[in-house]
Design a protein around this ligand. Sequence first.
Ligand code: TXA
Ligand code: MG
Length: 359
Amino acid sequence: MNTRRWQIDPGGRSLPSLRNDPAVGEAAAMLRAGKLVAFPTETVYGLGADASDDLAVRSIFRAKDRPSDNPLIVHVAEESVLYDWIRKMPETGRRLASAFWPGPLTLVLEHRGTLASSVTAGLSTVGVRVPSHPVARALLFQAGVPVAAPSANRSGKPSPTSAEHVWGDLAGRIHGLLDGGPSGVGVESTVVDVTGPTPLLLRPGGITLDRLQQVTPTVEVDPGLQGGAVVPRSPGVKYRHYAPRGEMWVVAGSGEAQVKRVQALADEGTAAGYKVGILTTEERRKRYRADWVLPCGRRSDPASVARNLYRVLRCFDELGAEWIVAEGFEGKGLYDSVMNRLSKAADGRLIDTNTNLSP
Ligand code: TXA
Ligand code: MG
């Protein structure tokens, strides 16, 4: 299959002008015709298909090699559209939507069974979001259909934060790719289930727990997210994800103990004959020796770390790193989401220098 690629620079353009862009028109027509189109969102690139077309949605799973028990998020241009196919919008959902849409928040809601069943993987609920990226909004308005879109990566790889990442993973397997430049947030949306008496955070993401609690103080974190025996409620959370090809370790903690442990683990890899990469931040890049020492934003600026995370993980793959040691991050906010992604990439190989516990 030939993948059509369009370039579109949203910089400073109004929504009506983007909606009239021929590239957006062609991509929207492809979606309506049951084809697969990757597009930028403010979090990561998504791989879209018409959510009411079961065949089209099933081809997403094939293109990505995604397990079919992992449901997709449905993207809409504005909240009003989703009342056609959800059962009800609970009061907490209404408050969160009005605070954070358009933006990186996904709400899990009960649906009426009218969407393609492959979207929801047979569940009675569906994840929905209204993205804020101007190109995504223009595309969704023009398509006029709800668009199911997982992250546009091959399953198991880090999510794509640029059109180049999507191209590398999916060229020849999808019909179109709208290139709107790099994504801004860099980690996926925050998923909140509002169907029960207590709203539950199922996946940390672009909207932090603090910000959710400012709007709905009762939000709790899904106990399944903390690891241990409880199974996470969001099916996608259980898979190894976001992973580079090399063996990866995350060293949590802070200060000198953390720096020492990162270097010691890197040296272990070198001694064993591996090509070794260290994932660090601008503040500490000069502290380490390894085959590659890659900074991922500034430690003092969590947004910059989130924005660069997947790009740097992909970089290690391109360089051929076989053993990767990542500095972990302490604290709340966006670093919650960053640590969630890092420990998934490392498949749970997390070392905490505060408690001296090793796996
Ligand atoms: O930022 C994002 O959310 C990106 C962009 C493209 O919008 N999309 C994304 O999709 O990350 P995906 O498919 O990679 O992740 C969807 C997550 C998975 O963890 C999935 O299990 C969860 O949302 N999810 C979807 N529907 C759900 C439901 N009904 N109940 C619980 N979890 C659900
Ligand atoms: Mg994904």
